[in-house]
Design a protein around this ligand. Sequence first.
Ligand code: FES
Length: 589
Amino acid sequence: MTSQKPPKATAPTRKTAQELRSWRWYGAKDLRAFGHRSRTAQMGYHRSDYAGKPVIAIINTWSDINPCHSHFKQRVEEVKRGIWQAGGFPVEMPAISLSEPFQKPTTMLYRNLLAMECEELLRSYPADGCVLMGGCDKTTPALVMGAISMDLPAIFMPAGPMLRGDYKGEYLGSGSDTWKYWAELRAGNIGEDDWQQVEDGIARSPGHCMTMGTASTMTSAVEVLGLTLPGAASIPAPDSRHAQMATLTGKRIVDMVWEDLKPSDVLTAGSFDNAVTAVLALGGSTNSIVHLIAMARRAGIALDLARFDALARKTPVLANLRPSGKYLMEDFFYAGGLRAFLTQLGDLMDFEQQTISGRTLGENVEGARIFNDDVIRPRSKPLVASDGLAVLTGNLAPAGAVIKPAAMEPQFRKHQGPAVVFRDYNDMAARIDSPDLEVTRDSVIVLQSAGPQGAPGMPEWGQLPIPQKLLKQGVRDMLRISDARMSGTSYGACVLHVTPESHVGGPLALVRDGDVIELDVAARSLNLKVSEAELERRKAAWKAPMPKFSRGYGVLYLKHIQQADTGCDFDFLAPDSAKSTAPGDPEIH
Ligand code: FES
């Protein structure tokens, strides 16, 4: 792999104070600038606090209802400390906090809203650069998407994983062990007391989910893209080194402004290939496919499903982390973290890619060592030889679907069976545990109306529940298919992101009980064994469902949301319509 863009000069030219974007708010000798200065004085700042200094917007997604970011109230002070020390002027700007455990129907409905908020905050206020504080699942891609579109100097500060969960002397993993013990409870193998102990011990510190779920996957991907300080993504949230990283992040952004080091100087097709490769080797979340495609498209880079599949075929899974493996993010940090992990990928990576540290990715990982080679496996002893993710196509998913072969029972990699169809989530919830449900371990469970428009918001419903009567027979995995996403902490033979989705008339909408579905992961195929003529008949009889929203943000969402294979971004946020970078903004009068 070769560099797509030469690294930025090692001795960057530095801006002058008059060239700062914020100068037009503060430096001019006019009535508007008088207003900005007098109102800054009103907040208790003397002009020496900000005059001629980079104004750093800190986009903080702290909220009382986001446990993954509960330490951000403190961390933002540490970021500010770094900014002050480096000669900048910090301005904290709260933004919508997409709290994965609480927000309904799904945070994914609001990812693009946060991306827009981030972009518009940066556009409309006197920001010279920004620190993006996120980590809980969608906050990471959302903030990065907004920052890419605005293209001011930007540095991401990951929330960091929470500590390992604890239950009867065992380590619990976010999400993964919730599903595991929920299945055991439903099967009658554990009691309410045990379940209560799992509840008390599974999330016991600030920080995002500590399995290799979407949060850890996306913060790691953003570090590999070169948008964080080296090593930032792996530090557990409560660790004092996380606080130190926050301060260093604040210091670094000030220099980045003087150097005019922007996302467009760092993001290339090569850096996205690096991020995808790292995600695959980490056994990362399927959600990253949607997010990385959306982020790349914001940067004008044509990343698609085929590229994921091509890279998956040659990338081994080396991180022994749940849900694919055994350990948790805290173990990964102690084993050397992402920097050490990347050294194992060797020829699969392009280490010449530039990063916001001002150095290349290769320079960032220099000297990193692995302290536990069961957590970070050598290339000679991978967890899985290849295919951390696989992209499927066929008459059931003409524009693609995805599956995570590393996290499913191997016998389902080639499987065919009769469909048991649920027309939407409520239908599934009402009937899945019915003793009358005609289902066997060979059946294929199908959920419709769970995609970007259908649910709406493409929620993480894709790990469809196994019917209770099969659980009681000891069944723990079976083939399941939907146009939903799946939590990165989930596992199982779950085909996801079926595109086009059923709500817009994709073939998934045409499946009926008893139809035979065939999956062949090695052949990358997913097919409905029903004749073309019959499918045409069903298609002609299909009626488009009513839109789920009639007012508000939901209407905007339904009108502009795109399908999963192109990243579920809004059509009007494509780069051509996002060309308003800093200077000359119409807002400055
Ligand atoms: Fe926030 Fe999992 S709930 S990262």
